[in-house]
Design a protein around this ligand. Structure first.
Ligand code: SAH
Ligand code: SF4
Ligand code: F3S
Length: 568
């Protein structure tokens, strides 16, 4: 294939979770540094890259439909390089090249550092061999996890993150930082341990350094990423590279979470990592983390959260089901009672901490009685929101081989809708507790006349988890009717808040929309002469009304010293 005119243009679209969003950011930085120019139009780009997700069938179907679009371009004789990156490339494997001949290259999430070489191979070599077009981990990372971790070029990709203040997007105030890759939990329904490989923990110094540099570049809020962040644990003194820098390390066995082991001097536990970030980076206004696992979330973490005001009091801890029988079939490793015990510990130590989660409905064998257990768990916990998914059998998982997908689609849909309705009630109650309180809000956008929450229009919610294009947790599209001033519960930065029928008669002309430390969506009614509040401002708001999806308030006259003190 001839080399396209310089600079080559790239279209990159991201599906799936926050991990993928971060990977896409790193890919952008890496390719930009090599002279590629990113554009928003897939129909003219020289290189089209899809960073894909495999967590549910729907997520894959979206990516497959995109492949068809590029296939058409190729049929029309256009020269375009098509690359499939991420979890779907890893799950589908090399066979994808046979099934989709328009695909030029495949790159798994554990091999992204090799992406520029793959693109180069295809650009320079007419008919590059399969070997030159594929970078997948296969089972390598799991078979020899220690070796894979020691030889971790991916770490270099994370470390090479661009901090150039002039780079596009560098004016943002929020960023993701990976602390753990992969997952060792093997929940029976889940592809992630196959696609992302073994759990590997990054050295704490690398994490602290990356956070410092982001804060120096203007970032106020950092979200630490891992599939089970509370399982972060780094033992010092085991292995260093030629420069004496510590290397990433494979995840320990579960025995390692016993308190006496975590407290050893040579161990950085998740609690200590949080404490280090809080204490060593005073200019970091907010520290968040996702996703927590309901087991092994020690009191040491809750105590650090209680002691450190800039660690957000927000825990996203998916329960997945309220039925012990189903939790066992899912191999989640905890019971409903243990989940509730954890929630009790959160509430004892951090009364103002918000709690969110995920549930799967229609898991194989889920009876009406099992589902009712899930409903009662949702009612028993003051969840601010839950992402609810219909079970989707995934190739390569234990569940698809061991259990029949026996809950009819109709029943899955009914359970999904019923749980969403219950969650709306629970959210409304959880939100009502904030009435009259002060919260600190990081503003994400401004909204002008006529299209404002509180205006009584119909809001369209796009919130999910890996199923809407370009969003990390998008997928339920719900319409909220009537007078409610409701908004979505999106977790990602890609909040998609669309107003169906903007009305002319608004009570408030301008609003700022942002999130509290507890990740609550807050709409702030601004005075007409307020020219200061805008994206990136950190403001104190007094909550004047609440609904199921959004809180409304006004700027408080004077900033409070600590959001935590004022919120409790
Ligand atoms: N590591 C996180 C979740 C990662 S996947 C955790 O353990 O909680 C994100 C969510 O997708 C999961 O919480 C689960 O609710 C959902 N999910 C994963 N596999 C699924 C499947 N096969 N069908 C439906 N939902 C699934
Ligand atoms: Fe998947 Fe379970 Fe790992 Fe979460 S903890 S990524 S659901 S295997
Ligand atoms: Fe992979 Fe994230 Fe999807 S880990 S399967 S992109 S949810």
């Amino acid at each position: 294939m001839p080399v396209p005119a310089k600079p080559p243009t790239v279209y990159l679209e991201t599906f799936g979770c926050q991990m993928n969003e971060l990977d896409s950011e790193l890919i952008r930085g890496h390719l930009r540094a090599l002279g590629y120019q990113f554009i928003e139009d897939y129909s003219t780009a020289d290189v089209v890259l899809y960073n894909t997700c495999s967590v549910r069938e729907q997520a894959e179907n979206k990516a497959y439909s995109r492949l068809g679009l590029i296939g058409k371009r190729k049929k029309a004789g256009e020269q375009v390089i098509l690359g499939v990156l991420g979890c779907m490339a890893e799950r589908d494997g090399a066979d994808m090249l046979r099934r989709f001949p328009q695909v030029d290259l495949l790159c798994g999430p554990g091999e992204l550092d090799r992406l520029p070489a793959l693109i180069d191979n295809v650009r320079r070599t007419e008919g590059a061999s399969r070997h030159e077009r594929i970078a997948l981990a296969g089972n390598k990372s799991r078979r020899s996890a220690t070796l894979a971790a020691a030889d971790d070029n991916l770490e270099l990709l994370d470390l090479s993150r661009a901090f150039d203040p002039s780079a596009p997007g560098s004016d943002r105030r929020s960023a993701y930082v990976r602390i753990t890759r992969g997952c060792n939990k093997f929940c029976t329904y889940c592809v992630v341990p196959n696609t992302r490989g073994a759990e590997v923990h990054r050295p704490p110094d690398s994490i602290v350094d990356e956070c410092k540099r982001l804060v120096d570049a203007g970032v106020l809020e950092i979200t630490l990423l891992g599939q089970t962040v509370n399982h972060y644990r780094y033992t010092h003194g085991l292995a260093v590279d030629a420069q004496g820098r510590e290397l990433p390390q494979v995840g320990p066995g579960l025995a390692a979470f016993r308190a006496e082991i975590s407290a050893r001097d040579n161990v950085t536990s998740f609690a200590r990592l949080l404490e280090r970030l809080h204490n060593e980076i005073p200019a970091l206004a907010r520290i968040r983390f996702v996703t927590s696992y309901p087991r092994d979330f020690g009191d040491d973490i809750l105590d650090v959260m209680a002691a450190c005001p800039r660690i957000c009091r927000y825990i996203h801890v998916p329960a997945q089901s309220g039925s012990n029988r189903i939790l066992k079939a899912m191999n989640r490793g905890y019971t409903r009672e243990e989940y509730l015990e954890f929630v009790g510990r959160i509430q004892d130590r951090l009364p103002d901490c918000t709690i969110a989660g995920d549930f799967i409905v229609g898991f194989p064998g889920e009876t009406d009685a099992d589902f009712e257990e899930t409903v009662s768990l949702v009612r028993a916990v003051p969840f601010k929101n839950n992402y609810i998914f219909k079970y989707s059998p995934r190739p390569g998982t234990v569940a698809i081989t061991r259990f029949e997908d026996d809950v009819p689609t109709e029943v899955k849909k009914l359970r999904n809708n019923r749980l969403l309705d219950v969650q709306a009630e629970v959210s409304a109650k959880a939100h009502a507790m904030w009435l009259g309180k002060h919260v600190e809000v990081l503003v994400e956008e401004l909204r002008d006349h006529g299209a404002a929450p509180g205006a009584g229009g119909d809001a369209v919610e796009d919130s999910s988890h890996g199923e809407i294009d370009g969003h990390s947790r998008p997928a339920k599209t719900r319409r909220i009717h009537g007078d409610s001033s409701d908004l979505a519960h999106p977790q990602s930065k890609g909040i998609e808040l669309r107003w169906n029928r903007p009305r002319a008669a608004t009570r408030h002309g301008r609003q700022a929309i942002g999130r509290s430390g507890g990740d609550l969506i807050v709409a702030i009614n601004l005075d007409d002469d307020d020219q200061h509040t805008g994206p990136g401002s950190l403001v104190t708001v007094k909550i004047a009304s609440t609904a199921a999806l959004v809180l409304n308030g006004r700027l408080a006259p004077s900033p409070v010293a600590s959001p935590v003190a004022s919120a409790s």
